[in-house]
Ligand binder design. Sequence first.
Ligand code: R5P
Length: 311
Amino acid sequence: MPADAPGAAALLYFDDEARAAERLAAAAGLRALRIDRHRFPDGELKLTLPVDPAGRLPVRAVLLRGLHQPNDKLVELLLAARAARGLGVQHLALVAPYLAYMRQDIAFHPGEAVSQRIVGPFLASLFDAVVTVDPHLHRVATLQEAVPAAQTAVLSGAPLLSDWIVRQRPGALLIGPDGESAQWVAAAAARHGLAHAVCTKVRHGDRSVSIALPPVAVQGRAVVLLDDMASTGHTLAQAARLLRAAGAASVDVAVTHALIDAPSLAALHAAGVGAFWSTDCVPHASNVVAMAPELARALAQLAAGATMFAS
Ligand code: R5P
């Protein structure tokens, strides 16, 4: 069915993600339809869904919502998903290129809410399928354990970042800043036969980490630090300082999710980082890798009925 045909599957999106929605709609052959938001003076939200003249939505719909700065967006998802069901949507997929609250997967102190175990089932209660990129799964093996939706799909930015890295820094040494990054570093390195290793990290607080370099020779090497995300940038900054002190000729950074703000990025450069590259999972000036084609492929597989095409 053509994307603009009445009844064709819709890609629902919010105004602040119009460009990402256009890219995904074009790649996936979906009809992009905007959900309007009104914020009342008391802060509450009113959503208006893009229904047809009969007041209905298509039976299949995809909702695009990147979950960086997630708190308000979780309420939007609740309102939008429940409203969409009432307006005729029978299969509703969430595409969240960045999936929030995955890092809090254990209570480190008595009384702490384990957010992953709360937010994941919440999303699964709203959506039939959840598609995301490089979710931070540390103590759980699959996305479905964290987000028990009927269908889940996990994509990775690592292969495409690897393609970018070899064009910019042929023969680079890939380094992950901590144990969790080993999965992404290994995948990126395998794609182009790059040497790789990972650091060890102990986190003391939001902006305080200790890092130890792996036992590999970095003297004179072009090093690229690869991780799933940069948030405060302290992890990458600390690793970059150590690599520079150990004689690395250059240290650049590639991440899937650029959550980092401008002052933190400036601090990262001050720590010795040259280039900072990212996928477009989170809109950022550093975006160099487009994920829409991969997301579209995942949606096609889900539409074809795959119960779970990836972890
Ligand atoms: C945690 O293990 C993640 O992979 C990142 O390394 C971490 O979240 C980055 O946080 P920040 O940029 O605040 O150090």
